[in-house]
Design a binder for this molecule. Structure first.
Ligand SMILES: NC(=O)c1ccc[n+]([C@@H]2O[C@H](COP(=O)([O-])OP(=O)(O)OC[C@H]3O[C@@H](n4cnc5c(N)ncnc54)[C@H](O)[C@@H]3O)[C@@H](O)[C@H]2O)c1
Length: 278
């Protein structure tokens, strides 16, 4: 294709086998980029490659984001395949199913903290470390998947919320440290119908957030956010990733998070949305 916002760019996306990572991979391809998707599950990655309209512009690498060596190999493989790296999308993550402090034992907290922070926070730092040298060469950028839980409470329990607040701090720190060569920004997504899993340490590795969406029926109350009827399809959250990855569209933007959460920050006291009667 021609005329896409990411024409000729090359991106590496962690957690690209499902959910928002897959949606971003497909959107980047549609915008003219080449994409390397990285994840733990080979079957899923293969599926994304198989479904791509132009398989010559997509490559898959099986790796765990907690392993620095594998991330370095993935960056090398991405550059070998597509000649350079313009964008790293740090995205792979796990949720804590809003498990509150009072519902967790000390032992559970101990195990789940290590697992959630290892994937959600260490996974982002290690990916940034593996990629920055290539990103400096292209004056590229990093886009991190953040969350409503990077700003507000109750999008997770204490572990997830703390991990996503940490990612916001990481995004800002790296924006400072890598400037002026590499821009670093975030997309703070709200609830999306994906396959987001929980930590193994809490026995939640096989539970998917999609089950909560499947349970919703016509009598389910809408989420208490201003845009309470907005889409939860991850494909509808990909625009800000394209914007932030595009040098032409966001060249002067760094250290910034775009909140894509239906307006949580402007919800009212009496009712979430002020215009329901309109
Ligand atoms: N779904 C939501 O409501 C929501 C809301 C806000 C933010 N997020 C964030 O979006 C990001 C993507 O999650 P998603 O909702 O698309 O879920 P998802 O489970 O569909 O996608 C996450 C992907 O990361 C992979 N992954 C997990 N741990 C990994 C590891 N250690 N190494 C390599 N790959 C690993 C998974 O296999 C999966 O393919 C996460 O950072 C999550 O916190 C999700």
């Amino acid at each position: 294709m021609t005329g896409g916002w990411l024409e000729g760019d090359a991106a590496l996306i962690t957690g690209g086998g499902s959910g928002i990572g897959r949606a971003v991979a497909e959107r980047f391809l549609a915008e003219g980029a080449s994409v390397t998707i990285l994840g733990r599950d080979k079957k899923r990655l293969d599926e994304v490659v198989r479904d791509a309209a132009d398989p010559s512009r997509i490559h898959a690498v099986v790796a765990d984001v907690r392993d620095s060596g594998s991330l370095h190999l993935a960056v090398a493989e991405a550059v070998d395949r597509f000649g350079k790296l313009d964008t790293l999308v740090a995205n792979a993550g796990v949720w804590d199913y809003q498990r509150q402090l009072t519902r967790l034992s000390g032992q559970e907290l101990n195990t789940a903290f290590d697992e959630i922070f290892a994937v959600n926070v260490k996974g982002y730092v290690l990916a940034a470390e593996a990629a920055w040298r290539e990103l400096v060469k292209t004056r590229g950028s990093i886009v991190m998947t953040l969350s409503n839980a990077s700003f507000y409470v109750n999008g997770g329990g204490p572990l997830y919320t703390a991990s996503k607040h940490a990612c916001l701090g990481l995004m800002r720190e790296l924006a400072y440290e890598l400037a002026p060569k590499v821009r670093v920004n975030g997309v703070a997504c709200g609830g999306m119908n994906t396959d987001l899993r929980g930590p193994q340490g809490l026995g939640l590795a096989d539970r998917s957030i999609s089950a909560s969406f499947a349970k919703q029926g016509p009598d389910t109350p809408p989420p208490p956010i201003p845009l309470h009827d907005s889409s939860t399809d991850p494909r509808d959250f990909t625009g800000p990733y394209v914007l932030l990855a595009s040098r032409a569209q966001s060249g002067p933007i760094t250290g910034h998070a775009i909140n894509v959460d239906g307006g949580i920050g402007v919800r009212g006291f009496a009712g979430a949305a002020g215009g329901d009667h309109l």
